[in-house]
Design a protein around this ligand. Structure first.
Ligand code: FES
Length: 559
């Protein structure tokens, strides 16, 4: 079974356990109504989870999830991992130890010594008779819930629907354990009041067959046996890792990165593990689980010696339209020296993972916007360097917010200029409309900024914007830390020329006919010109918009 299939199985088991925990929390929350409501909810809960299918599903999931977690811990060659993954591992490893008491006191006791475990008796124990056990139980469910939430978040974050749903899911993730805890507290108070009735507690313990001393000793032995076995399993995994490490040290290979470093890694490491071993920044949004594709690398040398990608790896690579020489670094274990080029910048966000791979260097139809501050160089000569930086940063924040707010990608803040791309994934029609909306938002933002900086500036800041749409080669380009999504080609060249032309026309915006056509906006009210552009035989037809505010009615009536 491949690591990918192991993770899939583990995820399926985790989802069964999550369903169990959610229903358990909901049952606890019924305590806010009454103890009786909790007991009624428990009847349904047990009907499901203590039935044969429920038992097989639950305990099967516990065994599969636990064993596969240990297996994956053994499998991974390097324990260097992102903090969120380390936290999830640590919480997961704590869970068996924290829950052993509760499970033996409820389910195992019911199985072995016929002890019933209604909420009334369990809450009495945790709330009134042994509050320290109650506190431990609260810690245990917090650990379980955090472990589950981290797992769900890092699983779901590649889904397109997830970012907008995230605040709601976060609310649910917060509310559910809080309600469960409040239900437990409310039930605890109710039980405490009942326990004041003379004879009530002994009667409850007798009627529920609470374990006597001998049964309690038997349950304790089972619990300690389980904890010993669990500890032993952990020790075995760590020891096996150590033995393998010693063997692998004798046989190593070189992973050469075309971006610079060379890492000597033991044979058996994945390329991603080699990157982590050598502290080479390497994108791995899903933490090496073979889901996100962000770790993908082009194999420049050594492709022939690699074993072919698994079906699962092929599926992920196909989703991003990867070329045949591209592999997932987290799934590829070279047995000889390889030379690789990471294809995604280490700073990629989850939204960029699994995006149709326009971002690997493809020709796209898009809209490109250039903007520049007018006369800023002259103004800067009379200002202190600190003031120049301050004003420029405010300006970049203003235009950057306008661009990203309209759906564009900011790119290349150079001097007092900025370049932005629109419609990379959605095409030139959307891109052109977004670019025009961004121009409007930029000018409005500059008006607000001028009002704010009125005391600092002798003359208001003015901006010139050029927008053109057409084909361009889009991809992540650069080196080291300066690695960003950009575009090259004639469209970029023309957009830059249009921005320059705003100076000649004393206008805020010069926009090509192509942009107006793609956006479906009638710019016939603005003067038309034909601009010569270097290296182009044909002049570019443009409209000159002196004041961007005048665009508003056209944009409002656009499709
Ligand atoms: S790190 Fe996500 S697929 Fe490799």
């Amino acid at each position: 079974m491949s690591a990918f299939q192991v993770r899939r199985l583990r995820l399926a088991a985790g989802l069964v356990l999550l369903a169990y925990v959610v229903l358990h929390f909901l049952d606890h929350a019924l305590g806010l109504i009454s103890l009786a409501a909790m007991e009624a909810g428990r009847w349904w809960f047990l009907a499901l989870w203590r039935s044969w299918p429920g038992t097989v599903a639950l305990y099967g999931a516990i065994v599969v999830h636990g064993i596969l977690a240990l297996w994956l811990l053994y499998q991974r060659r390097s324990l260097r991992m992102p903090p969120w993954e380390a936290l999830q591992y640590a919480l997961g490893l704590l869970i068996p130890a924290l829950l052993a008491v509760h499970v033996t006191a409820t389910r195992i006791a019911w199985w072995l010594v016929d002890a019933d475990d209604p909420y009334t008796r369990i809450v009495l124990g945790l709330w009134a008779l042994s509050p320290q056990s109650g506190a431990r139980q609260v810690i245990a469910i917090t650990v379980v819930w955090l472990h589950a939430c981290i797992g769900m978040h890092y699983w779901l974050r590649f889904r397109r629907w997830y970012p907008p749903a995230r605040p709601w899911l976060f609310g649910v993730a917060l509310l559910l354990p809080v309600l469960a805890l409040l239900g437990f507290v409310s039930a605890g108070r109710e039980v405490t009041a009942l326990a004041r009735t003379p004879g009530w507690t002994p009667a409850l313990l007798a009627s529920t067959h609470a374990p006597d001393r001998a049964a309690a000793a038997r349950l304790l032995a089972i619990r300690e046996g389980f904890l010993d076995a669990y500890l032993l399993a952990l020790v075995v995994v760590v020891a096996a890792r150590g033995v393998r490490r010693l063997q692998e040290r004798r046989r190593s290979l070189q992973v050469t990165y075309t971006t610079g470093p060379i890492v000597a890694a033991p044979i058996g490491f994945t390329i991603l593990e080699a990157s982590r071993l050598g502290s080479v920044p390497h994108a791995s949004v899903c933490g090496g689980r073979g889901r996100c594709s962000t770790c993908r690398v082009r194999i420049v040398r050594g492709l022939d010696a690699l074993s072919p990608p698994s079906e699962a790896e092929q599926r992920v690579l196909a989703r991003v339209g990867a070329a045949p020489d591209v592999r997932l670094a987290c799934q590829t274990r070279p047995s000889r020296d390889v030379t690789v080029t990471p294809l995604v910048p280490p700073s990629i966000d989850p939204g960029g993972a699994l995006a149709p791979d326009a971002r690997q260097g493809r020709e796209r139809e898009l809209a490109v916007l250039f903007a520049d501050l007018r006369g800023f160089t002259r103004m800067a000569e009379h200002k202190l360097p600190y003031d120049v930086v301050f004003v420029l940063n405010r300006y970049f924040a203003t235009v950057g917010t306008a661009i990203t707010g309209a759906g564009g990608v900011t790119n290349q803040f150079t001097g007092d200029g900025v370049m932005a791309l629109f419609g990379i994934d959605d095409g030139p029609a959307t891109g052109s409309r977004q670019a025009l909306a961004a121009a409007q938002a930029m000018v409005e933002g500059m008006t607000r900024l001028n009002a704010e900086l009125a005391g600092e500036l002798k003359t208001p800041l003015r901006i010139g914007i050029g927008i053109h749409a057409g084909p361009g080669v889009v991809g992540w380009m650069g080196w080291g830390e300066s690695f960003y999504l950009t575009a090259v080609g004639d469209t970029v060249h023309v957009a830059a020329r249009l921005e320059q032309a705003t100076k000649d026309f004393h206008a805020e915006l010069v926009v090509s006919h192509e942009v107006a056509r793609h956006a479906g906006v009638d710019l016939g009210a603005f003067p038309a010109h034909r601009l010569e552009v270097r290296n182009r035989t044909e002049p570019v037809a443009v409209r000159v918009v002196a004041r961007v505010a005048e665009l508003r009615p056209m944009l409002l009536s656009a499709p």
